[in-house]
Design a protein around this ligand. Sequence first.
Ligand SMILES: CC(C)(COP(=O)(O)OP(=O)(O)OC[C@H]1O[C@@H](n2cnc3c(N)ncnc32)[C@H](O)[C@@H]1OP(=O)(O)O)[C@@H](O)C(=O)NCCC(=O)NCCS
Length: 182
Amino acid sequence: MGAEVLRTERRILRRPREADREPFARMNADPRVMEFFPATLSRQESDALMERIKAHREQHGFSWCAAELQDTGEFIGFIGLAVPRFEAAFTPCVEIGWRLAAEYWGRGLATEGARTVVDYAFADLGLKEIVSFTTVANARSRRVMEKLGMTHDLADDFDHPGLAEGHAQRRHVLYRLRRNCD
Ligand SMILES: CC(C)(COP(=O)(O)OP(=O)(O)OC[C@H]1O[C@@H](n2cnc3c(N)ncnc32)[C@H](O)[C@@H]1OP(=O)(O)O)[C@@H](O)C(=O)NCCC(=O)NCCS
């Protein structure tokens, strides 16, 4: 985010640091975490992604945040906002996304962190709508979207332009969340 730190009950969302590169690369090399992405990332690819996250913040004033547990300071993954670089029926838009190391799954941490990011997007950035998307089979991520109150319209489903025709993960679902007061 643009803000230095966003706090939730159990975690802190903050700007990425050099020290995050190693646990970030470990997470991106884990086939469980990358099951619904085209491939795991090498150390070099993971570092390049970290650079893009930094450049995104410089360009837009917000980006993905590193998430750490308040109690222990452990790095557990990334949650945040991004402007997709591809064109589709629903772009331009701001996307909320999450990626946690597998040992931290199933404790509500993604949803808790994402709720804080939703508040930040609407209250601080003044956005009217945020979206999230994933490949159809990514039930865990879809469940997080549902728990955030996001809605899915079949008419918004799309083929991800970054994936070749015939790719098993090409078909994507789109979820939307509009600011309450509008
Ligand atoms: C998606 C992800 C961030 C979820 O993190 P998390 O901290 O486990 O999420 P939460 O605990 O807040 O919520 C997960 C929900 O999915 C449910 N779930 C877990 N496995 C599931 C499955 N196989 N099918 C359906 N739902 C499932 C959980 O029961 C929970 O729902 P509940 O609270 O109603 O029981 C994590 O799995 C992840 O990093 N995955 C890999 C990266 C990824 O796919 N990112 C999204 C790309 S769009």
